[in-house]
Design a protein around this ligand. Structure first.
Ligand code: SF4
Ligand code: SF4
Length: 207
């Protein structure tokens, strides 16, 4: 019969309209900004820089290698590498970004900067309420605004952040093992007499 589909659709609408006064699950809208829908794990907006420890300056993972700056398609990352080195969060002297700006009025949220960073230093944020009255300077995010803790990263992308932590821990363990092996080889070399040549063990004799 003509119009049956429309009547069925109206019945569903009416059931949900009336039901929404009694069952919150039937509501498909939220009273933003008082209420917010949870964002999915993979939601992304603009990049931010991660720091470890509780020091947003010394703890930044970024070593100003500038790979992200080169690869960013609209060229909205601007980095000035430091002249000197400072100890990073693990005490290792590293170059750092004296300036690190991202123009979010140009950024297209492509995530290429994240994919090319070898140091897991830049990730995508979920913050979207960034509108400003000024078109230019206000949308240029500086290093101090971009720096956010690893705990924050875990709070917005828990699965991804746990995978990154595991990867970094694995890399740190491999580096420590390599360093220990190199130190052991150096120590073994210094205990052998100068000019001696190691003698290969004799092959086993056949009966
Ligand atoms: S964020 Fe990563 S790729 Fe970009 S400069 Fe820093 S370390 Fe290099
Ligand atoms: S998300 Fe894309 S456009 Fe935005 S800063 Fe990174 S590489 Fe550039």
């Amino acid at each position: 019969m003509i119009g049956t589909g429309i009547l069925k659709g109206m019945a569903v609408t009416a059931r949900n309209f009336v039901g929404s006064y009694f069952e919150k699950d039937r509501l498909i809208t939220v009273q933003y900004p008082e209420e917010r829908s949870p964002l999915p794990e993979n939601y992304r907006n603009f990049p931010f820089l991660i720091y470890d420890t509780d020091d947003p300056e010394a703890g930044l993972r970024c070593v100003a290698c500038k790979i992200c700056e080169k690869e960013c398609p609209p060229q909205c990352i601007y980095i000035i590498k430091s002249e000197d080195k400072k100890p990073d969060y693990m005490g290792k002297p590293q170059f750092y970004a004296a300036v690190f700006d991202i123009d979010i009025s140009v950024c297209m949220s492509c995530q290429i900067c994240v994919e090319v960073c070898p140091f897991e230093a830049i990730k995508m944020d979920k913050v979207f309420e960034l509108s400003k009255r000024e078109r230019f300077d206000a949308l240029l995010q500086r290093k101090n605004e971009l720096a956010k803790s690893n705990e924050y990263y875990h709070s917005i992308h828990p699965i991804e952040a746990a995978e990154v932590d595991a990867k970094l821990a694995e890399a740190a363990a491999a580096a420590a093992k390599k360093k220990a092996a190199a130190a052991a080889a150096t120590a073994a070399g210094s205990t052998s007499a100068p000019g001696t040549v190691p003698v290969a063990p004799a092959p086993p004799t056949t009966p």
